[in-house]
Design a protein around this ligand. Structure first.
Ligand code: TYD
Ligand code: MG
Length: 454
């Protein structure tokens, strides 16, 4: 046994098995202190002396062929997937209950089956009859998709092993249970271990797996977040209740760009893709009114125009209301503060409502200027020029910052018949034919330019 050398000289670092007043090595006095030996980890849990097999290492630049992809033939879905479904990948599709995940995946399953993949759809929530009924409603009952209603993971994996599909859809991961885990289906440990089993099975067998995960607000069942790190691709299916639009957004994608979106419309016969979302989001726009602004945004790789609406009204409350739909409430507070302190426009005693029309959710800072314009327009009761789009980021100092992809924004605006744009001043000028630019360096200058001297 190695001697326990736990007394160390603070001066020269010599180690001893017992304390002494003077260090033999450097002759210093009173420098030896007892130190705790470093733990070597929990005893009995180390790998021990048994050897594994040596792993073959490769270089970074070896020419591995790109994994094959299969397209669904639905442009909105393929783009979000980064160009198609990658072989042997694991996907997670999250979303609120009732938003249309099962509908989307049944339609996708039928498309992939038509394009040559062997697809198995396993529902843990609905009976076969229910899924068949939905398939009839969607006109997909003749698709070569195999179906099962099952929640026992061991049986499912045995079946998948025997059937060898190219794609398995698990609806939903929260209903699955593995008999190796004691807790109830939907608990964090069940969801985690089911997802882990399915993902490793998929990778080992060259099968792709799509898992549905319900987003839950109350946390009574584990949400999809607990498995996000395990899968290759995480998609969220979003939409506002009462709106027909559904947005499929990629938040993580190992095989393509994240933050890409696909726009769908829920119809009586399932989800239909929306090819020109800008036109759709602006279609409900009536005559230009104070408080309404068209924002030229970018979602993923695609420009998208949408309407931002604001309403400002005297408040009966001591603490006026600030209400936001489709945008970040914290960011609204920031814009109000900048308007107040940099431009001298107070909002005290006024209720402020902000809405992104059509049920879209915007997270881009480029919407700052459009929001400020909508707020000012509502407060001053002055409509903005109806042929103008607005974009730009606002900093706390009140300066306007240029944003990415200006040219794409302008081109989209031009395509939809707009003739001018209000934006931050840019060092490198971008010109798009048919669009006249109005640019400002800071918010105060913008307010003065558009709403007159204050
Ligand atoms: P569903 O796919 O079951 O949602 P999830 O799996 O996310 O819980 O879809 C639920 C809603 O979609 C339901 O309220 C009915 C509606 N729906 C349609 O409007 N049209 C259709 O063709 C289908 C199949 C569903
Ligand atoms: Mg469902």
């Amino acid at each position: 046994m190695a001697k326990d050398l736990s007394f160390v000289c603070a001066n020269c670092g010599a180690a001893y098995s017992k304390w002494s007043g003077q260090c033999d090595a450097c002759q210093a006095w009173n420098t030896i202190h007892e130190t705790k030996a470093l733990s070597s980890g929990p005893k009995g849990k180390t790998l021990g002396a048994m050897r594994g097999k040596q792993i073959a290492l490769t270089d970074l630049d070896t020419q591995e062929p790109e994994p094959p992809r299969t397209q669904a033939g639905v442009a909105e879905l393929d783009r979000v997937l980064g160009g198609g479904l990658v072989k042997a990948s694991a996907l997670l599709v999250g979303g609120d209950p009732g938003i249309g995940k099962s509908t989307l995946l049944l339609q996708a399953a039928a498309r992939f089956a038509r394009n040559g993949l062997k697809v198995i759809y396993i529902s843990g929530e609905e009976s076969n009859a229910q899924v068949q009924m939905r398939a009839r409603r969607l006109g997909l009952e003749k698709s070569p998709v195999k179906l099962a209603a099952e929640t026992n993971l061991r049986d499912i994996l045995t079946t998948l092993e025997a059937e060898k599909p190219d794609l398995a859809i698990i609806d939903s991961i929260q209903t699955m249970w593995a008999d190796t885990v004691d807790s109830a289906p939907g608990s964090v440990s069940q969801v985690r271990s089911s997802a882990h089993e399915l993902t490793t099975f998929a990778k080992r067998n060259g099968m792709s797996v799509v898992m549905v995960g319900h987003v839950t607000k109350d946390g009574s069942i584990a949400g999809p977040r607990v498995v996000e790190h395990m899968v290759d691709t995480v998609l969220y299916f979003e939409g506002e209740r009462g709106h027909q639009f559904r947005i499929l957004r990629s938040v993580k994608n190992r095989f393509g760009p994240a933050d890409e979106i696909g726009v769908f419309e829920m119809t009586g016969k399932g989800l239909a893709e929306v090819k020109n979302p800008s036109a759709l989001f602006l279609s409900e726009r009536g005559t230009p009114a104070p408080g309404s602004v068209v924002f030229a945004g970018i979602e993923g790789s695609r420009p998208m125009l949408c309407e931002i609406q604001a309403l400002v009204a005297p408040s009966p409350l001591s603490q006026p209301r600030r209400s936001v739909v489709g945008w970040d409430g914290g960011r609204l507070a920031m814009i109000l503060a900048v308007l107040e302190s940099r431009c001298g426009v107070p909002f005290t005693g006024l209720d402020v409502y902000l809405n992104v029309a059509g049920g879209l959710r915007i997270s881009e800072p480029a919407a700052d200027l459009a929001v400020a314009a909508a707020l000012m327009s509502a407060r001053e009761d002055a409509a903005l020029p109806p042929e103008a789009v607005i974009f730009g980021e606002i900093s706390l100092s009140g300066a306007l910052r240029p944003v990415v992809q200006t040219e794409n924004r302008l081109k989209e605006a031009e395509k939809l018949g707009f003739t001018s744009a209000i934006s931050p001043h840019q060092a490198k000028q971008v010109a798009v034919k048919g669009i006249s630019l109005r640019q400002s360096h800071d918010l105060a200058a913008f307010v003065e330019d558009v709403f007159g001297a204050r």
